[in-house]
Design a protein around this ligand. Sequence first.
Ligand code: UFG
Length: 329
Amino acid sequence: MRVLVAGGAGYIGSVVTADLLAAGHEVTVLDDLSTGHADAVPEGAALARVGLHDSAPVLADVRPEVVLHFAAKSLVGESQERPELYWETNVGGSLALLEAMRAAGCRRIVFSSTAATYGEPESVPIREDAPTRPTNTYGATKLAVDTMLTSYATAHGFAAVSLRYFNVAGAAHGLGERHTTETHLIPLALQVAAGERESLTIYGDDYPTDDGTCVRDYIHVADLSDAHLLALPAPAEGEHRVYNLGNGTGFSVQQVVDAVREVTGHPVPVELGKRRAGDPAQLVASSDRIRADLGWQPRHTDLAGIVRDAWELTDPAAPRGSHARGGPR
Ligand code: UFG
């Protein structure tokens, strides 16, 4: 199929692009490189260096049969400080993309949604029918796009899937997390192990969990990517499906730190800090729906394995070649 990947120069988008190419699809990446990297776009994909608001001419030219939409601002803290940036990029940009799709006669889309649409859960594991009460602007903007997709399916016959990611980690195809401003636990802990940071701050140890630190559901980016390829053909015209994507197993911040110590062989000094605003105690997915509907089955559920794959791209002592961060272009 002719596929357009919005945000294909970012962490998750680039991994999915590599898998789409391997499956024989013709891929154009649309990315303004505001947070993505041109050298992360896998060889074989075309790159249009354009933002969502200016995407119409690219879609008119490419005439994609399906769009995968990863392009977004995605830092929870930043979304609280600069909400206008999140509404403009995530919601305004998505609206522009959907209109560009309509004009180009493309009505099939897979959208990167998030567990942040649920907010503080009433119970875990979280199912797709749980209440959506986002506690930050990032989650609110993603939920707004989910709602937009439901309207476009109903009114314009779009075939849409929203994939609600939990905590994505690991690396695949030599592509890993490479954010200028890093806020995520696993890459930060690995930077400490690599000697790039002195210590890791644990944000609170007084949560109602076994060891007092927050529990999250870490999903390997390769398993996440599999779900996108399964989702592509799934919905009928006029249908908007929503699927959670996680392993269904929670690991605490302390358990992640222990795994990083074990995998890297480095001590990883930690400091205890205050709770981070808006952090729910536990976020664990029920992914029963996508398993049942699409036969999705995660292959990398072992936390140490997820950490090891990310470490291979971070470790300054790793042999050259395994240290490559992006595919050559
Ligand atoms: N944490 C620390 N120290 C750090 C960084 C993180 O203790 O230096 C803790 C956080 O408090 C949290 C856990 O590690 O308990 C995981 O934090 P991340 O920032 O890695 O991930 P989040 O769970 O906050 O965020 C993820 C996604 C978001 C999504 C959110 C849903 O990255 O995109 O889940 O709530 F919005």
